[in-house]
Design a protein around this ligand. Structure first.
Ligand SMILES: O=C(O)CCC(=O)C(=O)O
Ligand SMILES: [Fe+2]
Length: 299
């Protein structure tokens, strides 16, 4: 029997004393997956994994998919994506500053990611937490008339990088920016301006209310930065409704803040959650190895 300890009061749990460098038997895999769908975020502490051991663990959750920008991959490991603020020979060793807004992963794809894993390689002594909220609870907490209003609506998701939530103008509300920034950001960092990039990824639409493919429960399916409008709705009205839903979700659910330790492996369930990175003072190195599993087309 795996031993599971709650971390937050509603979401997030730690699986205690499980060594992921060893293969897990079928029973243990089943228990881990059951805990994952129950708690939505699972943490495994004090791990020491080779890339192959990490990949073997990831595959228990589904088929792994490479991130579409291959330049951030760990050398020789196309399914491991490096998030880092560390420079080697003047070049960043991974992607810096991604995911600093409330989102679920890869919503610019027809089939957005199912599970995402981060394995902490280097962590700052303060800041750099990852925050999570429960989008089942967010949906369930909505006023009935809003639930009716959004039933069947589809949001338009547009890929663009948001590395610079703290550092440039962006379509994230000032209030939300402040809320995320208040998790350990130094004053003044918002003033640096770094250019945002655009890519050729085509827009996709997804239902705003999604039925979870495993649990069958309904959840809000949002991305504060990449969802830029609602199909068939005037642009401004769509944006305002999406912002309202994001704000509502953050205000009416518990936030679990994961404080990283070196050796943590954390996996979360994208179809039922939102998460955001938070500010790390650039003087502190922060590096994670990331995996994602292929999801299904939301319905
Ligand atoms: O760096 C973080 O804390 C979160 C990054 C993120 O959003 C992701 O890896 O999907
Ligand atoms: Fe993310």
């Amino acid at each position: 029997m795996v031993s599971v300890r709650r971390l937050g009061s509603e979401i997030a749990a730690e699986v205690v004393d499980l060594d992921l460098s060893q293969p897990l038997d079928a029973q243990t895999q089943a228990e881990v997956l059951a805990a994952f769908y129950e708690h939505q975020v699972l943490a495994f502490r004090n791990q020491k994994l080779t890339p192959d051991q990490y990949l073997r663990f990831g595959k228990y959750f589904g088929e792994l998919e490479p991130f579409f920008l291959s330049r951030y991959n760990l050398e020789n490991y196309p399914n491991i994506y490096v998030l880092s603020n560390v420079k080697k020979d003047g070049k960043l060793i991974g992607r810096y500053g991604a995911g600093m807004h409330w989102h679920t992963d890869h919503t610019y794809q027809d089939a957005p990611a199912s599970a995402t894993f981060l394995y902490a390689i280097e962590v700052p002594p303060e800041g750099g937490d990852t925050l999570f909220i429960n989008n089942y609870a967010a949906y369930e907490s909505l006023p009935e008339e809003i639930k009716q209003k959004i039933e069947g609506l589809r949001a338009i998701h547009h890929y663009h990088t948001q590395e610079h939530l703290y550092t440039a103008e962006s379509n994230v509300s000032e209030e939300m920016r402040q809320r995320i920034a208040s998790h350990g950001q130094e004053e003044g960092a918002t003033k640096t301006v770094i250019k945002r990039s655009q890519t050729e990824v085509p827009d996709v639409t997804h239902p705003i209310v999604r039925t979870h493919p495993v649990t069958g429960r309904k959840a809000l399916f949002l991305n504060e930065a990449l969802a830029i409008g609602i199909e068939g709705m005037p642009e401004q009205e769509g944006k305002e409704l999406l912002q309202y839903l994001c704000d509502w979700s953050v205000d009416h659910t518990e936030t679990y803040a994961h404080k990283w330790q070196v050796g943590d492996v954390v996996v979360w369930d994208n179809p039922s959650m939102m998460h955001t990175g938070t500010y790390t003072d650039p003087k502190y190195p922060r590096t994670h190895y990331r995996l994602t599993t292929t999801g299904s087309v939301p319905y």
